[in-house]
Design a protein around this ligand. Structure first.
Ligand SMILES: Nc1ncnc2c1ncn2[C@@H]1O[C@H](COP(=O)(O)OP(=O)(O)OP(=O)(O)O)[C@@H](O)[C@H]1O
Length: 362
């Protein structure tokens, strides 16, 4: 499979620069997800790789060769768009084989390829149907099969699941994960959905404001976000942020703020002590806060429940901690009432510290 290298990619529309020097390497057979909020530049990056947008500065290399001057058709890639763009008057088999027929491949070869890819995406029984008689998920699979039939080394996806309802999205996500293991291609996938990114990616690239914020495995991004943006973007329910100050008392290090005073341990305490500014933001994920009435007061948060959202086995509680809001999760069987004050133990390893001004992780 080809490797892809984006070298200092810059994109300008007129005077406005929207990508400010994207530097990225994608290895053989890797599933890379570009993720970020609307307008961060992920689609523009993908469209530049595809050749659908010009490169303002920088270069795109595929297997070491510059490709930014090449037409999309000469770039050895297949793309699946958000809206699938199927031909409504052609049946599934004809949609899948369109590019092969255009290239005048022998009929036997085309038939074999159609059967193969239809089997891969589970469409065998629908080959004679027109797109109008298919469900959203099935249409999505046709788009995928059509791209697979091209046998390209690189596969590009632009939010391919965004038109599906939540249940189908979940199913297709799982199918995509399975398919990507089977087809062994270099895949680049764009989404604004961090759950899609976490479940599909070998490597996630988080973008914001035309810059790459961080790239790494889903676990690296979740456990060691480099800044407050990445920390808040990855994970659901999102990480809680509490503004506080680093204070030392009797040799111990605390983060103290409105309504909380949490002692730091080990490496975190040493890092906080050594940090130049005392003004920080403490981040704690809901999964690192556990309900415990007997928790050590120095290592817990006292929270007033404002809203409780029942989501099945767990409830998500929106609470007040001083002037800040904190989300926690609680077993739905635990009897609690709105307005009640509860104590949640802080997992010391789950405390993240960010410089309050620069928002960079300490
Ligand atoms: N043709 C254009 N002319 C001017 N600005 C554009 C054009 N296309 C995109 N932009 C701007 O470039 C930035 C990046 O857009 P892009 O579509 O890549 O974002 P995105 O992260 O994919 O967002 P979304 O999830 O909403 O599609 C945005 O600020 C957008 O307004």
């Amino acid at each position: 499979m080809p490797t892809i290298h984006l070298e200092n990619l810059i994109k300008r529309y007129g005077d406005v620069e929207v990508l400010h020097g994207i530097e990225l390497e994608m290895a053989d057979n890797e599933f890379t997800v570009l993720v970020g909020p609307s307008g961060c530049g992920k689609s523009t990056t993908l469209r530049m790789i595809a050749g659908l947008e010009d490169v303002s500065e920088g270069e795109i290399y595929v297997d070491g060769k510059p490709v930014s001057h090449l037409e999309p058709k000469d770039r050895d890639l297949a793309m699946v768009f958000q809206d699938y763009a199927l031909y409504p008057h052609m049946n599934v088999a004809q949609n899948i084989s369109f590019a092969l027929r255009l290239a005048r491949r022998p009929k036997a070869e085309i038939d074999k390829k159609v059967r193969e890819v239809a089997d891969t995406v589970g469409l065998t029984e629908f080959l004679a149907r027109k797109p109008g008689a298919l469900s959203g998920g099935q249409r999505q699979r046709v788009a995928m099969a059509r791209a697979l039939a091209k046998d390209s080394g690189i596969f590009l996806f632009d939010e391919p699941l965004s038109n599906l309802d939540a249940k189908l999205r979940g199913q297709m996500r799982a199918e995509l994960a399975l398919m990507s293991q089977r087809v062994q291609k270099n895949m680049i996938y764009v989404t604004h959905d961090q759950i899609e990114a976490m479940t599909l990616a070998d490597r996630i690239v988080v973008m914001h404001g035309g810059y790459i914020q961080q790239q790494g495995t889903p676990e690296e991004l979740f456990k060691r976000p480099v800044n407050k943006f990445v920390a808040g973007f990855m994970g659901m329910p999102p990480m809680n942020f509490l503004n506080g100050e680093i204070v030392e008392r009797d040799g111990d290090v605390f983060v103290a703020g409105d309504g909380f005073d949490v002692q730091l341990e080990g490496e975190k305490a040493a890092t906080a002590r050594a940090h130049s500014s005392k003004e920080i933001t403490m981040g704690i994920r809901p999964s690192d806060l556990s309900f415990d009435e007997n928790a050590d007061p120095k290592k817990s948060l006292t929270l007033d429940i404002e809203v409780s959202e029942y989501v099945g086995a767990q409830s998500v509680l929106l609470c007040k901690c001083g002037s800040a809001r904190v989300m926690v999760e609680l077993n739905s069987e635990t009897p609690v009432a709105l307005g009640q004050t509860l104590t949640f133990a802080v997992n010391p390893g789950g405390v993240h510290l960010f410089d309050r001004k620069s928002e960079v992780a300490l």
